[in-house]
Design a protein around this ligand. Structure first.
Ligand SMILES: Nc1ncnc2c1ncn2[C@@H]1O[C@H](COP(=O)(O)OP(=O)(O)O)[C@@H](O)[C@H]1O
Ligand SMILES: [Mg+2]
Length: 229
């Protein structure tokens, strides 16, 4: 065996001994409980239940996408929640395809047909659509169109100045939720909860987790994702 392969295989075997459940360290993992976000959950849930669209902004890694996914999961069956990552679906067509339920045996539908279908669907269903990273949408006018159709929106962005991409008439209809960076204490709690699920008990100490959470101060104190990998 090559030295490089030997190194890789021993690293792999150490990792597999330390990590009990890799799923809990993946980016797609949605925690059953969101720590230190009670106020934000209540606000976003309250807006959603009252059909109030919300602009959510805050630094990268502050848990915005996780917050929206968590709230969407908590909504009752009366709602039709759609979470859309605009860096993957930046065109009007791709967003509409994600929002509108698939019709039986209809393979291709134009934007016009999709909008017409949505107009029909919103009459008896409560659509709530998250456009995560809305600044990446090629045609921002889609935001206004969806609002006019009666869809509740959750617009998410990392940068506050992206708000300027939204026209005043749309902005005046949005509630605003600022998601603040986590303090290092809060990062510690989140890391600890995740480590308890993902790692073998002897592989970490509180002291180590505290150092990691402090190591992300001041600029990256917010970034739980970076801290958790
Ligand atoms: N309150 C929290 N409790 C547990 N994990 C959290 C919490 N907030 C964020 N995370 C974790 O931190 C990471 C980054 O969160 P994310 O929602 O992607 O941030 P953002 O969208 O603001 O960039 C994710 O892996 C998420 O699971
Ligand atoms: Mg995000």
């Amino acid at each position: 065996m090559h030295v490089k392969d030997l190194k890789r295989s021993s690293e792999h075997s150490i990792m597999s001994k330390l990590i009990v459940e890799p799923e809990y360290l993946s980016e797609s993992y949605l925690p059953e409980k969101l720590l230190h976000r009670d106020k934000e959950i209540a606000e976003l849930l309250g807006n959603a239940r009252n059909f109030v669209s919300t602009l959510v902004y805050g630094p990268y890694g502050s848990g915005k996408s996780t917050l929206v996914k968590y709230v969407f999961k908590s909504l009752s069956g009366k709602f039709v929640p759609r979470y859309i990552d605009c860096s993957i679906y930046p065109t009007t067509y791709s967003v509409l395809k994600e929002v509108v339920p698939r019709g039986p045996l209809i393979l291709a539908r134009s934007n016009y047909e999709l909008i017409k279908e949505l107009k029909r669907e919103v009459k008896d269903k409560r659509f709530i659509v998250c456009l995560d990273g809305f600044e990446k949408l090629r045609e921002k006018d889609l935001i206004r169109k969806l609002l006019l159709l009666g869809v509740t929106l959750v617009l998410v962005t990392d940068e506050e100045e992206n708000v300027s991409l939204i026209t005043d008439d749309v902005r005046s209809r949005l509630g605003v939720l600022r998601v603040n960076p986590y303090t290092s204490e809060q990062v510690f709690d989140i890391l600890k909860a995740r480590a308890e699920k993902a790692l073998v008990r002897w592989s970490y100490t509180d002291d180590l987790l505290r150092k990691i959470s402090l190591g992300f101060l001041p600029v990256n104190s917010t970034n739980c994702m970076k801290a958790s990998v």
